[in-house]
Design a protein around this ligand. Structure first.
Ligand code: KIV
Length: 340
């Protein structure tokens, strides 16, 4: 069997003297400048410094940042629905990322990402299925607990998986309750517009914050006929009706997935709660991505709306190939990494 190096993985990075892979190298992203690379050489202890340098750089027009800002603010308690509502009023845009384990969630939390979503995309990126449909409530409760344990500040939103809420408001309440009680989630997310408004109302009445998700709803891939742009032409009217319905039912935010940018902008102006875009252009209040897409770990060509800010597939592949070759040649472990 060919090694990774033989099959095209070339070590792009060498270990520095501390033994840490020396650079988070990014092609074309904002970590890709020399300052980011140099700062990373000393290892993860400098995370705060790196984040602060990058934040100052991307906010050079507004150097005095609000300590209550969702992204980059200094408050340490968990972000809640009131914080998001205030951001809608003040016009602050914010980032949301998926997370599925304690370690990466902890990193994203330290960087200051205010909302982490334990998405049912875990079915694909964690469990290796070709759609989001197979994942269960038990699977996602376990991942959500890990993300909650790994974080201090981020609001943790748990996805209600396919088949766990469509039947009735009572079924939705039973499933959502597990995420709140057993996993410690701050909120849940479910897919659908007008048809799930009764479920949203029941959960909100029971004290469970709900994030809605309309446009391309991957749990309905079989009725949508594939992962394609939603809301074009006449269908735009239905999407606006869906957004108004879920907001009126009490959703505290609405994900708009893969819809035309002008439509997403219009929805964002028409509803009073924050919109979170994924492939929905520039006019939404927030943006969400699957972290493996953002950081270039996903194999193959990413969707049009993804701009990878790192190439983790290359970095991790190169490091593993280098270690594998060192084990094979006897160069690892050496005396420095052995006990007397
Ligand atoms: O499951 C998920 O990751 C999602 C986001 C892409 C919005 O629903």
């Amino acid at each position: 069997m060919p090694s990774l190096t033989q099959s095209g993985w070339e070590p792009a990075l060498r270990n520095d003297s501390s033994g840490l892979v020396s650079a988070v190298v990014v092609s074309g992203g904002r970590f890709g400048d020399t300052r980011g690379v140099a700062a990373t050489r000393t290892g993860v202890d400098n995370l705060e410094e790196i984040v602060s340098a990058i934040s100052q750089d991307s906010n050079s027009a507004t150097p005095d940042r609000d300590p209550h800002a969702l992204y980059g603010g200094s408050q340490q308690r968990r972000i809640n629905v009131t914080d998001l509502a205030k951001a809608k009023v003040s016009g602050e845009k914010w980032p949301m990322l998926t997370a599925y384990d304690a370690m990466t969630a902890n990193l994203f939390d330290e960087v200051g990402i205010p909302v982490l979503l334990v998405g049912d995309s875990a079915a694909m990126v964690v469990h290796g299925h070709d759609s989001t449909l197979p994942i269960s409530v038990d699977d996602l409760v376990s991942l959500t607990s890990a993300v909650v344990r790994g974080t201090k500040r981020a609001m943790v939103v748990a996805d209600l998986p396919f088949g766990s809420y469509q039947e009735s408001p009572a079924q939705a309440l039973q499933s959502a309750t597990r995420f709140m009680k057993e996993a410690g989630a701050t909120a849940v997310k479910l897919e659908g517009g007008q048809r799930v408004a009764p479920q949203i109302r029941a959960l909100v009445d029971a004290g469970i914050p709900v994030m809605a998700h309309i446009g391309l709803t991957p749990q309905s891939v079989n009725t949508l006929g594939g992962y394609r742009v939603q809301g074009r032409g006449e269908a735009g009217h239905d999407l606006i009706e869906d957004a108004l319905a879920v907001a009126a039912a009490g959703a505290f935010a609405v994900v708009l997935e893969v819809v035309p940018a002008p439509l997403a902008e219009r929805v964002s102006k028409e509803i009073h709660v924050p919109t979170i875009g994924i492939g929905a252009g520039t006019g939404t209040d927030a943006q969400v991505l699957v972290w493996q897409d953002l950081l270039g770990l996903t194999a193959g060509k990413p969707p049009k709306f993804v701009r990878p800010y790192a190439n983790l597939r290359q970095i991790m592949g190169a490091a593993v190939a280098e270690w594998g070759a060192d084990v094979a040649s006897g160069a690892y472990p050496d005396l420095d990494h052995s006990y007397e």
